[in-house]
Design a protein around this ligand. Structure first.
Ligand SMILES: C[S@@+](CC[C@H](N)C(=O)[O-])C[C@H]1O[C@@H](n2cnc3c(N)ncnc32)[C@H](O)[C@@H]1O
Length: 467
């Protein structure tokens, strides 16, 4: 079956210009299905090897990476906010043109997901290693392994869950394995953490589950009561084995000869989008700074990314139980939280300066007048994004494209068109705006209810810029 590739962008740009710059409504799922024309894109399943808040729809990445207009751009795709690696993987498996991809990401769990998701592994090897881990798991003595001592561990995990998880962690660390395989098992381990915790499965940041909160929905109430009972006495090994089996489907990456022969690959290169360097990625999502070798100027063909939202998502906090079990300390997590753009943790004493962009400054002044902390938060978001955008402008080739996928927000009950403000910011740095698209959001894994200050995200806006 042939993949239909149209010069869609050109058509959409005309539509955008004719409408006087109103975002053009599209449906990426339908567009993608039309382009695929019955061609199965089963590899999509690989995206779901681990949950992550704020994942974007693979269709959006598929659409842009398949465009005829981008056919001559055969070089690197960069995702400076790589999250769980949706864009990195789509870049490798695109049926029209496979491109090498680079990712930058502050959250170590997201780095681990991205890495494992784009690494070629062999199923037989996975099965053999699983047996070795099981041998250790079954024989290990209680006095040999250590139970982590992070704050409130007993609030989140039953005694039995805690003991078995510690035993499994010890077994994965102990077995003789190549780093890529061990990371695969770390990820399969991480995947079961939330499922055996007492955290409410309906709320992304861990909150202790209180079934009584759901008493108006008797079916859910009963289900959650049973859930709480089950986490008191889980069978960690069985859950782990299931998670390994599910994740083994990654081995279909073996079919991609370009990948197997190392012609292309995807790599997480760094942790901070504000200063993109080429660092060393180590096991378990760790990263070592490598003396600050900067990513070269004008080395990237396409930047495709979904930046963090203005005050909408708690990436570190939502993944903290997994991160703690993977060995990151509470202190490290607080530091990461502060480096995360869009986080609510801001320093109250931060002085606010205007950014000399009318639309943003107007918003800043209005918010600051009503609430100082909110004002600082909005300021930090745009000040940080300005640094990121300058860095992206630096690494993008002339005539290269930068595509940002993002939502709108509500701050202090006011609807904020973040995509417009970000476009203004990008233009002040030198980017040229081509067009903005809009897609109604369906099931992004981030839609959390927030109490008046954040707002629920309903639309996805896609800004397309050129250098
Ligand atoms: C919307 S999410 C990306 C989701 C991704 N597209 C996916 O499909 O999984 C935004 C990401 O930006 C990351 N982030 C926030 N501040 C960052 C920074 N300063 N440098 C790099 N990444 C950052 C967050 O940790 C989060 O994973």
């Amino acid at each position: 079956v042939e993949i239909i590739i149209e010069d869609q962008l050109d058509k959409l740009t005309r539509k955008y210009n004719n409408s006087g710059g109103k975002p053009v409504l599209v449906n990426f799922k339908n567009l993608t299905n039309k382009m695929l024309n019955g061609f199965p894109h089963n590899d999509k399943l690989l995206h779901y090897i681990h949950t992550y808040p704020g994942r974007i729809s693979p269709s959006i990445a598929f659409y842009f990476l398949s465009l005829n207009e981008f056919k001559s751009l055969k070089g690197y795709v960069l995702d400076p906010f790589a999250g769980s690696g949706t864009i990195l993987l789509e870049s490798l498996i695109n049926p029209v043109l496979k491109r090498p991809a680079l990712g930058v990401e502050i959250n170590p769990l997201a780095r681990l997901i991205s890495k494992v998701k784009t690494t070629v592994l062999n199923e037989e090897e996975i099965n053999k290693s699983l047996i070795k881990i099981k041998n250790i798991y079954e024989k290990v003595n209680k006095k040999d392994y250590e139970i982590p001592s992070f704050t409130n561990i007993d609030l989140w995990f039953s005694k039995k869950a805690k003991l078995q998880l510690a035993k499994l962690k010890f077994s994965i660390a102990k077995v003789k394995l190549n780093d890529n395989y061990r990371d695969f098992f770390w990820l399969s381990f991480s995947k079961i953490i939330r499922k055996v915790s007492k955290a409410d499965p309906h709320i992304p940041p861990p909150v202790v589950l209180k079934p009584i909160k759901y008493k108006n929905n008797p079916k859910e109430y009963q289900k959650l009561k049973a859930y709480l009972k089950a986490v008191e006495n889980p069978n960690i090994w069985l859950l782990f084995e299931k998670s390994v089996k599910e994740n083994s489907k990654l081995s279909i990456l073996n079919k991609l000869t370009e990948l197997v022969n190392n012609k292309i690959d995807a790599k997480i290169i760094s942790d901070n989008a504000k200063d993109i360097s080429i660092d060393k990625i180590r096991p378990c999502g760790n990263i070592t700074k490598n003396g600050g070798i900067k990513l070269s100027d004008e080395s990237i063909d396409i930047i495709l990314t979904s930046p963090p939202y203005l005050t909408a998502q708690k990436y570190i906090r939502s993944t903290k139980l997994e991160l703690l079990w993977l060995g990151y300390s509470s202190e490290e997590l607080s530091k990461l939280e502060r480096k995360t753009i869009g986080s609510e943790y801001v320093t109250k004493s931060t002085p606010i300066c205007l950014l000399n962009i009318e639309s943003i400054d107007k918003l800043l002044e209005a918010v600051y007048k009503k609430s100082k902390p909110r004002g600082i938060m909005v300021y930090e978001y745009f000040a940080n994004m300005k640094i990121v955008l300058s860095e992206l402008y630096r690494v993008l080739k002339k005539e290269g494209y930068a595509i940002f996928v993002m939502g709108d927000n509500v701050v202090l009950k006011k609807h904020i068109k973040t995509y417009n403000l970000l476009t203004n910011l990008a233009e002040s740095i030198g980017f040229k705006e081509l067009l903005t698209l809009k897609d109604k959001i369906r099931n992004r894994s981030m839609i959390t209810k927030r109490n008046g200050t954040g707002g629920i995200i309903r639309n996805e806006f896609i800004i397309i810029l050129k250098k």
